[in-house]
Ligand binder design. Structure first.
Ligand code: HEC
Length: 112
């Protein structure tokens, strides 16, 4: 019984510590810069997908060809890449919010 209580005490300490981190993460997230992200899409993504995103080494990623994806799936593909292909993970370079912005941008073809 005493062991169980010690376990739960530890658990609540862990929970408190991880909750304490949440606001800090939000505070550190840089604001979205649409112009910079558009540049990244057309230059960096464009180096494989074509400057107009019509396809090159990577496939066509214009809105009309991405209709079968939702924003969440695209966000994960952008953050984690596509394993065993040339599609790289962008997680080291951009935030989750920026990946979501790019996903929405790809789906709508313009800034949301
Ligand atoms: C080094 C080349 C390269 C770069 C840079 C790159 N991609 Fe890709 N991408 C690929 C390749 C190759 C595929 C196809 C993978 C496969 O065979 O499924 C792909 C697939 C995709 C797909 C899935 C398309 C589909 O219909 O299956 C999306 C969406 C995508 N990339 C978005 C992006 C975005 C957004 C960026 C920039 C943040 C980016 N890519 C940068 C090479 C690249």
């Amino acid at each position: 019984m005493a062991k169980t209580r010690a376990f739960f005490t530890q658990l609540s300490v862990v929970a408190a510590v991880s909750l304490a981190h949440v606001p800090a993460v939000f505070a550190d997230a840089p604001p979205i810069d649409p112009d910079a992200l558009k540049r990244l899409v057309h230059q960096d993504c464009g180096s494989c997908h074509g400057l107009t995103l019509k396809g090159g080494l990577g496939p066509d990623i214009r809105p009309e060809t991405l209709t079968h994806f939702d924003a969440e799936t695209l966000e994960m593909m952008i953050l984690d890449g596509i394993p065993d292909t040339a599609m790289p993970p962008w997680r080291p370079l951009i935030t989750q919010e920026e990946a979501r912005w790019i996903a929405d941008y790809l789906l709508t073809g313009d800034a949301p």
